[in-house]
Design a protein around this ligand. Structure first.
Ligand code: GRG
Length: 316
């Protein structure tokens, strides 16, 4: 079944559709944040610097591919996908800061705090986060949905970001790093918890938001959630693999950043991590079976993640 899916993906149409969706996101993002000339100029400039840097746009394209599977890419779905990218950019600014990962390179450029200072970088990250929530609230109110309220959409994002989502995963990740220097050994269960929150939660919210924005049936939403959870965890494992296997020229960010951390690669070895990544993607693909050919863009996203984890050069 999986082989058949992969053969279908070789059709040129699917890949070019993902490229079109990526282009739609890139074209829309600049108009959704305040202009750099508006006060406070430094914060707005830093927001644009972090958000418009050349990222892969995987999460917003996931939102749009799900929306398209159940309906179409509406202007509301497009803006909500951009809101997801804003949350992601916010998390990257914070993650790169000295008190967290202390990274110098992101998306092939100096990290935001190195250009603008830590004070402005923090404010820019909150500026992006706030704009993301505002945008989802504005667009959700324009929708007439039979299955979801606008509050459901906003609530989805708040849960994904909060202490039961990204914030929680990051907190436990930092705690684990401190523990390694002194005590706590971290096992696979705890690592899965950390990454399914730190990384998986935003993938899941991205996909669910796409489904809810076009009023997908609740039963179908469940399949989308299963797909995105497995995809998000697989993506984090692929990211761990790249940290070991690829150079910073290839990834556009610092390599060997995870040296002091427990990662899937450290616990399972390169081959073990590759196998787990691939198995999770197979599970993800299985959740798409009710949707037939309509899910081809999602299958392609999963294949991109599979390739990303295998080859050095998952460049942004
Ligand atoms: C308040 C939003 C918020 C977050 C605070 C800092 C933090 C909590 C969480 C960190 C989340 C994080 C940065 C996880 C790493 C996920 C990851 C693998 C990022 C790389 O994603 P890519 O490769 O990046 O998609 P590009 O640059 O292509 O967008």
């Amino acid at each position: 079944m999986i082989r058949k899916a992969v053969e279908r993906l070789r059709r040129p149409g699917v890949q070019s559709r993902l490229k079109e969706l990526t282009a739609d996101v890139n074209a829309r993002l600049p108009s959704l944040i305040p202009p750099k000339e508006e006060r406070p100029e430094a914060v707005h400039d830093a927001m644009a610097y972090a958000l418009l840097a050349p990222g892969k746009r995987l999460r917003p394209v996931l939102t749009l591919s799900v929306a398209e599977m159940f309906g179409e890419v509406t202007p509301q779905a497009l803006d909500m996908s951009c809101a997801i990218e804003m949350v992601h950019a916010c998390s990257l600014i914070l993650d790169d800061m000295p008190m967290m990962d202390d990274a110098a390179l992101r998306r092939g450029r100096k990290t935001t705090h190195l250009i603008y200072g830590e004070d402005v970088a923090i404010l820019a990250s909150f500026g992006l986060l706030n704009r993301a929530f505002g945008l989802v609230a504005e667009r959700a109110q324009e929708l007439t949905l039979s299955r979801y309220t606008s509050e459901d959409l906003i609530h989805l994002l708040t849960e994904a970001v909060g202490s039961r989502g990204l914030v929680g995963g990051q907190a436990l990740d930092l705690e684990a790093q401190k523990g390694e220097a002194g005590r706590a050994e971290i096992d696979l269960d705890r690592l899965e918890f950390i990454h399914s929150h730190k990384t998986g939660a935003l993938f899941t919210a991205a996909a669910e938001l796409g489904a809810m924005a076009v009023d997908a049936r609740r039963r179908d939403l469940g399949s989308v959630t299963r797909f995105a959870k497995n995809l998000g965890l697989a993506f984090q494992i692929a990211d761990d693999l790249l940290d070991v296997l690829a150079s910073s020229e290839e990834t556009g960010k610092d390599s060997h950043q995870d040296e002091g951390k427990t990662t899937f690669v450290k616990l399972l070895g390169v081959e073990g991590a590759q196998t787990l990544c691939s198995e999770l993607l197979d599970f993800a693909m299985e959740s798409l079976s009710p949707f037939g050919r309509r899910a081809d863009s999602l299958r392609e996203i999963a294949e991109i993640v599979r390739t990303y984890g295998r080859l050095p050069g998952g460049k942004t």
